[in-house]
Design a protein around this ligand. Structure first.
Ligand code: ZN
Length: 498
């Protein structure tokens, strides 16, 4: 057997263990009722993690990577497979076992402390464990040393190949532009009113309708499934077994509808990976940012467009006649596109969202560099929040304590959310250039051309191409935020009568 074939098959078994791990997690989130059941499940999950670690770091993996590295003229797929295998191997072998165990234990405690601190709106309760988590993440970055600076090494875990400097170059000029646009929109005397979205919408009907929407997007029920969970997510239990979850809130329509469309974007990426890559190490999205570009494209660029609602609004009126029967589509469209500074990132609109991310990105850099101490965070958060969004959080629960990420040690993850928005805008612009009649098709409930475009350009390739190579292949240029601003200006100024 050739070395490459052996490497491929060896990692297929690792992928299968990963899928089993995902199934254990999915079932826990979706079905597990008893809190007493968690204990047994955590032990099973720990065992699978251990088995994966053992296989990835085995002598055999090391040998296969060295042997495969000697081969010349590998094709794109084989080269990418070797690149990813080496990446996994390095990540798992460079970290001492004691450090991994220490991080796992600290994370469990930090998450509890974070929950309590958030509940009691008291940041002090979180300080000791967050301090420890920061130290451990710095330690981890020192061991991995993918880049000279620690924060870039952490970013690389989620957005391979990307550094702090590169993102700063993208985000820095964006910041003042976003602040200006938000101010300009909010100076309008003709602002949208979103109270219509906060009426009592029957949650079962919401769920049913969201299911209708994803079916139209070609979410394949032959190997897909939708359930409810506390936090919406997408997971693959095998290449042909993709699960999404959603949550419903009676007094806020956006949660279920846009949440479902968002997860459907992630799911279609996973569903669209070509068969040749199934069960290989490349059978996954290429980065968190590119994954997010797919969910945001469905949720925002398509799902919040007027043409999309031209098709769907009559169904919503039929499902919720007592609320929407006499409410004009145009006003509903304006309501779902309202732009206003708010405290909570996950509920932020398309325009202010970037500012929430830039705040976290800059703060994380300062924390990792030791320029900001953990105990100073609430004060610094609030003052920077005011600079960016013009409002001050009433307490830490709506401020520095709102996200779970830091308790998990996920420093470097946040920027990928906004990179996704920017990648998505550029890709979607290309789709429209190639096929300007796409929006007209949405009006008729026709989404197959846009879905085929995304599948052909992005989904099928799985993790073969790194984000920057992929965006260049698809659009002919490097990441260019101008497409996002063009979209924002063309869409939101008219909505605000400007
Ligand atoms: Zn997402």
């Amino acid at each position: 057997m050739s070395v490459i074939k052996e490497l491929r098959e060896y990692f297929t078994e690792i992928m299968r263990l990963n899928y089993i791990q995902a199934l254990l997690g999915w079932d826990q989130e979706v079905n597990m009722m008893g809190y007493k059941s968690v204990k047994g499940r955590s032990e099973q999950r720990a065992l699978i993690t251990q088995l994966i670690h053992k296989r990835v770091t085995s002598e055999k993996t090391g040998k296969l990577i060295i042997e495969a590295g000697k081969l010349k003229d590998l094709n794109d797929i084989d080269a990418a497979m070797l690149r990813e295998a080496k990446r996994e191997y390095d990540l798992e072998t460079k970290l001492p076992e004691e450090l991994v165990i220490e991080i796992t234990k600290t994370t469990a405690l930090a998450q509890q402390a974070w929950q309590k601190a958030r509940q009691e709106k008291d940041f002090k309760l979180f300080v000791p464990l967050l301090e420890k988590q920061v130290e451990l993440q710095k330690e981890k970055a020192k061991k991995l040393e993918t880049h000279p600076d620690l924060y870039s090494t952490l970013i690389d875990l989620y957005e391979p190949g990307v550094t702090y400097d590169w993102i700063a170059k993208v985000f820095n000029p964006i910041k003042p532009k976003l602040i200006d646009i938000v101010k300009k929109l909010n100076s309008s005397s003709d602002k949208p009113d979103d109270s219509i979205l906060k009426k009592p919408y029957d949650i079962d009907k919401q769920f049913k309708l969201s299911f209708e929407i994803i079916k139209k997007f070609n979410f394949d029920l032959g190997y897909g499934r939708q359930d409810r969970s506390t936090h919406p997510f997408t997971t693959s239990l095998a290449p042909l077994d993709v699960r999404i979850t959603t949550r419903t809130r009676e007094d806020y329509l956006n949660e279920c509808i846009f949440g479902t469309i968002h997860e459907c974007g992630h799911a279609l990426y996973e569903m669209g990976i070509k068969e040749e890559l199934h069960e290989t190490i490349l059978c996954t999205g290429t980065s968190m940012g590119i994954h997010e570009s797919q969910s945001r494209t469905l949720e925002n660029y398509i799902g919040r467009s007027k043409e999309f609602w031209t098709y769907w609004y009559p169904s919503f009126q039929k499902y919720f006649p007592e609320i929407l029967k006499n409410y004009p589509m145009e006003e509903f469209y304006r309501a779902i596109n309202i732009v206003q500074p708010s405290f909570i990132r996950v509920n932020a609109d398309e325009v202010t969202y970037g500012l929430h991310i830039i705040l976290r990105f800059e703060l994380e850099k300062d924390i990792i560099d030791g320029k900001v101490q953990v105990n100073e965070l609430p004060e610094i958060w609030n003052s920077r929040f005011e600079e960016l969004l013009g409002i001050v959080p009433p307490d830490d629960a709506e401020g520095v304590l709102q996200d779970i990420h830091w308790s998990h040690g996920y420093f470097g993850y946040f920027p990928t959310y906004f990179l996704g928005t920017l990648y998505g805008a550029q890709i979607y612009n290309n789709a429209l250039k190639k096929n300007p009649s796409l929006p007209e098709e949405y009006k008729k409930g026709e989404f197959s051309n846009i879905m085929n475009y995304l599948k052909e350009k992005i989904h099928q390739h799985g993790a073969i191409y790194r984000a920057n190579d992929l965006i260049k292949r698809v659009t002919g240029e490097d990441l260019n935020p101008d497409y996002f601003f063009k979209y924002v200006e063309e869409k939101f100024y008219p909505i605000y009568g400007l």
